[in-house]
Design a binder for this molecule. Structure first.
Ligand code: 4NP
Length: 155
């Protein structure tokens, strides 16, 4: 059976594309098959664009590629995906508000897997100067994706 994971953040240009690529890499390295991973935005502002150049270059520095094109979350996603991850509490509030009453997807904060409580929010690095916040988000995703995989996807 195929399991489907959707990574969500506000703009889908910084955190969720990183989370998507890191989750795919984590699963590939562990040879976990039959998992589909995608990402999407809460908001419409960047639909059709590539990820922020700082997200792309952060991933490149770790040998990873990001070819994602931004899309906005839609109602059907809540029934098509098994797991929908938010990066911060605002994302979770918005996901809970958008979720249809009978939805298949489980809504989870990515940082609730593997990260310490004080470090569990994957902060928005968009308005920061430079790419340091992108590296921090990447490192948080590496830990959280591995922990989620172990807890939920590896039997
Ligand atoms: P993200 O960062 O949610 O991690 O992709 C943001 C990118 C763009 C905007 C906000 C957050 N924006 O308002 O355009």
């Amino acid at each position: 059976m195929v399991q489907k994971i959707l990574m969500i953040c506000l703009g889908n240009i910084c955190r969720s594309p990183i989370a998507e690529v890191v989750m795919v890499e984590t699963l590939n390295k562990a040879k976990v098959q039959n998992v589909v991973v995608d990402s999407a935005a809460i908001g419409p502002w960047h639909v059709g664009n590539r990820a922020d150049p700082r997200a792309i270059s952060t991933l490149q520095q770790h040998g990873l590629q990001c070819t994602h094109i931004v899309r906005q979350i839609r109602k059907e996603d809540f029934n098509e995906f098994d797991y929908i991850f938010g990066m911060d509490e605002d994302n979770m509030k918005e996901l809970n508000r958008l979720k249809p009453s009978k939805a298949k997807a489980e809504l989870l904060l990515l940082g609730d897997f593997g990260l310490e409580k004080k470090n569990r929010i994957i902060e928005d690095p968009y308005y920061e100067r430079g790419a340091e916040g992108f590296e921090t988000a990447y490192q948080q995703c590496v830990v959280a994706c591995a922990a989620f995989m172990k807890e939920r996807l590896q039997k």
